[in-house]
Design a protein around this ligand. Structure first.
Ligand code: FES
Ligand code: FES
Length: 138
């Protein structure tokens, strides 16, 4: 078994963040025209140090073992990132230690990237900061 296959097998032995996030702020779904597989990703944001960052991310993958392994890795990497930082991540960065993916599996990483971008597109803008207390009468 080559190095890539053993890394995928290890990731599948203990996949992280699988399943729907009931209280998610955003969800994105994409399918791969290359293989017909589908991936859905949920994002939950929180406020940290004055920034709105991803608190939790989760996924469901239909069909593809490599996409499950990459999504498990990616949903861990996303924690603590702002929406802007998450949007900058390429498929190969989201693949983390599993990469580089073999040529036949590049589109599995792109599937994860696509689901993330789709979820980010659905992410509502940060709520407006509270209005300051009314000015005192002059
Ligand atoms: Fe299709 Fe992996 S084989 S997403
Ligand atoms: Fe809103 Fe003064 S700016 S009450």
């Amino acid at each position: 078994m080559d190095d890539f296959e053993s890394k995928v097998r290890d990731a599948l032995a203990n996949p992280q963040n699988q399943g729907e996030l009931a209280d998610a702020d955003a969800v994105g779904t994409v399918g791969s025209p290359d293989c017909g597989d589908m991936l859905r990703m949920w994002l939950k944001f929180t406020e940290k140090d004055g920034k709105r960052v991803i608190d939790r991310a989760s996924f469901q993958a239909f069909g593809c073992q490599t996409a499950i392994a990459v999504a498990s890795m990616a949903t861990e990497l996303l924690k603590g990132k702002t929406a802007e930082e998450a949007r900058e991540l390429s498929a190969s960065e989201l693949t983390g230690d599993l990469g580089p993916l073999p040529p036949m599996k590049i589109h599995c990483g792109q599937l994860v990237e696509g689901a993330l971008k789709s979820a980010l597109d659905q992410t509502p803008a940060a709520p407006a900061p509270p209005h300051p207390p009314p000015c005192p009468p002059v």
